[in-house]
Design a protein around this ligand. Structure first.
Ligand SMILES: [Zn+2]
Length: 446
């Protein structure tokens, strides 16, 4: 498998599964409001990649952090920032869980990682790569000869986007620790006084706490390349750590200049989008664009989503399945064995495939061969013998898979089967809200 890496400016091949684990750190949200659908893209890509790697035999782990101390949180909830951060964290976890892809292996919070962050800064100060000034601590950009390599910035021209400060030796330096200011209602004691960590150091410390000084893949939105990821890399490299080997940056969500608001009926919060269209359509939407490219969430795109949603709804009833639905999202033509995609078998790339893999989605046609569907299953489904529609009460994967007349591990109604759940008949029980969805073997994985 090859992944485009921003650092190398090209494709980097992942070693085979037997060569070791694939450890992935994807930057998470700053929590002060409900996440919008664009915030979900790195989460979805990270989960698809982790699930696909596991399916392909890799020992893959995903860490996705939560930034729960930040200027934006202070501004959004003066005097109650911690309460807002806690509530918004729950919103984020609830909304992403409802995408039905499973959850990352670890979701570390900045506020629960302070000792490790302080220790990291102490090491940088001791090594001469950082300095304390007026209760703040700053990183010396001039001390890193490779600064700018990730983002392509000229080191002599970088602007951190921070408030100007006379405490800095060099305007290009960036804050590792920030002294507590009036109005900031959360702080921690440190060797430099009462304060809180800067944003960039959080991720270096949390990633290394999870994986050690080197790991395989770092992900996040394209908007994080500079300064966030450039500074993460500089911090870790300053201590002699290799840090991430592959840097993946997803394209941003674009709204085509449209105004988005609840009053206009186009609220783009992930919660609203999920409630309006359902997770299957949201996931289809993310598949309409290559992961590194921008993707439009314009009214035209939403119209297409509605069409897809109707197709899914009609396709959900096997007895009324249409044979003429759109081919906009074709299924990948992957070979399957025993109801599961063959390990290591890459799908033939169709319009729904991207460089990150294929989502084997059952096409809404009467002759489609969905993920995991065998010839025998398909024949049984046509004759009504296969459990294509969920029988009432067939809630567990064990019951549907082990007793399936289709045998050989076909999981058409497995509530953990992610997108396959869309093939359940109308009225069939949906997976319980919050239930762990995909696991590491189910259909719909990439
Ligand atoms: Zn980060």
């Amino acid at each position: 498998m090859n992944l485009y890496s921003t650092l190398q400016r090209g494709l980097v091949e992942l070693p085979p599964p037997e060569d070791g684990p694939v450890r992935m750190y994807f930057c998470g949200p700053t929590v002060y409001q409900r996440a919008h659908i664009g915030n979900a893209r790195p989460f979805v890509l990270g989960m698809w990649l982790r699930n696909w790697l596991r399916h392909s035999g890799y020992d893959a782990t995903l860490v996705h952090n939560i930034t729960d101390v930040n200027d934006k949180i202070y501004e959004a909830a003066p005097g109650a920032s911690a309460e807002l951060a806690a509530r918004a964290t729950e919103w984020y976890l609830e909304d992403t869980r409802d995408l039905g892809l499973g959850m990352p292996d670890q979701l570390p919070k900045a506020t629960e990682s302070i000792p490790g962050i302080v220790h990291f800064i102490e090491e940088l100060v001791a090594a001469g790569h950082a300095y304390a000034a007026g209760g703040d601590v700053y990183f010396r950009v001039a001390g890193d000869p490779e600064y700018g390599r990730l983002s392509g910035q000229r080191p002599d021209q970088v602007e951190q986007g921070e408030e100007p400060s006379a405490l800095k030796e060099d305007p290009r330096d960036f804050a590792l620790w920030k002294a507590n200011k009036p109005g900031e209602d959360t702080w921690w004691e440190s060797p430099w006084g009462r304060g809180r960590p800067g944003w960039h150091i959080e991720c270096s410390a949390m990633a290394e706490a999870a994986f050690g000084p080197v790991f395989e893949i770092h992900g996040g939105g394209l908007d994080l390349v500079f300064p966030h990821h450039e500074n993460e890399l500089a911090q870790s490299r300053a201590l002699g750590h290799e840090f991430a080997r592959i840097w993946t940056h997803n394209g941003m969500l674009e709204f085509g200049g449209e105004k988005m608001s609840k009053s206009l009926g186009n609220d783009v919060s992930l919660r609203n989008v999920l409630d309006t269209w359902g997770r299957e359509v949201v996931l289809l939407f993310f598949m309409t664009g290559h992961w590194r490219k921008p993707i439009d969430f314009t009214s035209r795109a939403r119209t297409a989503l509605r069409t897809a949603s109707r197709s899914l709804a009609s396709g959900s009833d096997s007895s009324t399945r249409s044979t003429t639905t759109s081919t906009r999202w074709r299924p990948c033509r992957s070979s399957t064995t025993g109801g599961r995609a063959a390990t290591g078998t890459s799908s033939t790339r169709g319009s729904s495939c991207s460089a990150s893999g294929c989502l084997r989605f059952p096409a809404p046609t009467s002759t489609s061969r969905g993920c995991g569907e065998t010839a025998k299953t398909r024949a049984l489904r046509r004759t009504g013998g296969a459990p294509t529609s969920c029988a009432a009460g067939s809630g567990s994967s064990a019951s549907t898979s082990s007793t399936s007349p289709a045998g050989r591990g076909s999981y058409p109604c497995d509530p953990r089967a992610g997108l396959r759940a869309t093939t359940c008949a109308r009225g069939a029980p949906r997976p319980p809200r919050g239930a762990r969805a995909l696991g590491d073997r189910a259909c719909g994985e990439v």
